[in-house]
Design a protein. Structure first.
Length: 126
């Protein structure tokens, strides 16, 4: 029994559609997800850290406050957990009670620790 040209064309179309659907589904099946990172912020300074923000390293596109209305008092620490980042590093910015900023860069996909001391250089807009 011979296949008619219409049947062959329909099979080709169905095969093409199946391959296209499979290719479209590959990103969904991939395990490549943005890395999640946590950073433990240790405040060994005499400043209260009132806000913590995240930003890509090369631009200032700060996130919302990751402390959610709490503060890190001198001698205390807080962990900002499970944030995702889409590159290899992310900038962590702390703001004290005077509006001065300190920052560090942490590697994505790791659990980092950042200790703020009185010697940590702050940007107070001067």
């Amino acid at each position: 029994m011979k296949n008619s040209p219409a049947t062959r064309n329909l099979r080709r179309l169905l095969t093409f559609c199946a391959v296209l659907c499979a290719l479209a589904a590959l990103p969904l099946l991939s395990s490549a997800r943005p890395a999640t990172t946590s950073v433990n912020i240790v405040n060994n300074s005499n400043r209260e850290i009132r806000h913590v923000y995240l930003s890509r390293v090369d631009v200032d596109d700060w996130s919302g406050d990751k402390l959610n209305g709490t503060a890190i008092a001198p001698g205390q620490s807080a962990t900002v957990s499970n944030f995702s980042c889409d590159s290899q590093q992310i900038k962590v910015i702390g703001e004290d009670q005077d509006g001065c900023f300190v920052s560090t860069v942490v590697a994505c996909g790791s659990n980092a620790s950042w200790t703020i001391t009185n010697e940590t250089v702050a940007d107070c807009g001067h």
